[in-house]
Ligand binder design. Structure first.
Ligand code: HEC
Length: 270
């Protein structure tokens, strides 16, 4: 009898010890699930690091040297990454209040000095975060980089940044990727850098500008040369166009156009 009791006790201890640990249960496989956080919620929950004063030698928006009150991004991202099983090949998408949604490789984001700016310290009006004309579009956060080289389109400088999304490249971009057309993959990459933050393909990408593939491909109703000249001066087509001019070499445009054509036959209704 004593032996039996001992075994019951012993086996229940073994059982408890081998039960899955709660922290591993929460792990997400970013190939199948994305992590998405609302930055203001995270801030309200006290999950932000201490703010700091930073100097940006060349600000992409203001085109000059700027000083901000800001929060470093890496300590905000790291606790989120602790939930992901495999952190290689992940993309970070910065979702903004105006539909702008640029994305970058997580490793690139983490190997540079990104900050979430909340106050322009060069402001004359004390007690204000941003100039009156900018406040609505800049809040809640403006993403800046201390070490991005001037004019490098590979760095995103979104304002009105509200959410951060982390997922594997294939989880988020499969429907826009020309998997079976290797020749169009370079064009996809260029489209991703220069256009996808505002335009979508099969509903993947930003919603600031129009969708380009679903249900009709833009190549079916815009002439190739018009797309090319629209890029360098959208306002020469529509005085009210909200698209800023995009500088692109003819070769890069050819690659992007090739990608848009290739996607014509690849629709996803998701
Ligand atoms: C910063 C955001 C932004 C970026 C980056 C951007 N666009 Fe646009 N684009 C827009 C907006 C907004 C419109 C709607 C224009 C308007 O207001 O008339 C637009 C419109 C267009 C149109 C006209 C489509 C139509 O049917 O009206 C074309 C063509 C176009 N964009 C091509 C591109 C290409 C190609 C790229 C990348 C090389 C690109 N755009 C990058 C925001 C952007």
């Amino acid at each position: 009898m004593r032996n039996l009791l001992f075994w019951l006790l012993f086996s229940s201890i073994v059982f408890t010890c081998s039960a899955p640990d709660k922290s591993t249960e929460l792990l997400v496989n970013a190939d199948f699930e994305a992590i998405e956080v609302d930055l203001e919620d995270l801030f309200a929950a006290g999950q932000f690091p201490k703010d700091t004063l930073i100097t940006i030698e060349h600000d992409e928006f203001f085109k000059q040297k700027k000083r901000y009150k800001a929060y470093p991004l890496a300590p905000i991202l790291k606790p989120l990454l602790a939930k992901i099983k495999d952190t290689t090949n992940l993309r970070v998408t910065f979702t903004c209040t105006d539909g702008y949604a640029p994305n970058m490789n997580l490793s690139k984001v983490l190997s540079h000095e990104a900050y979430l700016a909340v106050q322009d310290l060069d402001q004359v009006g004390l007690g204000k975060d941003w100039a009156d004309s900018l406040a609505t579009k800049f809040k809640p956060f403006y993403l800046v980089w201390r070490d991005a080289s001037e004019g490098d389109a590979g760095f995103a400088w979104p304002y009105g940044l509200a959410e951060i999304r982390i997922a594997s490249f294939f989880y988020d971009f499969a429907d826009a990727f020309p998997l079976h057309n290797a020749a169009a993959q370079k064009g996809f990459q260029l489209f991703q850098i220069h256009c996808m933050k505002c335009h979508s393909i099969n509903k993947i990408g930003g919603v600031m500008g129009p969708e380009f593939n679903y249900p009709k491909s833009i190549t079916e109703y815009w002439k190739k040369e018009d797309i090319y000249s629209f890029l360098s001066n959208p306002q020469s087509y529509r005085y009210s166009a909200k698209m800023p001019a995009v500088k692109l070499s003819r070769e890069d445009f050819e690659e992007i156009y090739g990608y848009l054509k290739a996607m014509k036959g690849v629709k996803s209704e998701k």
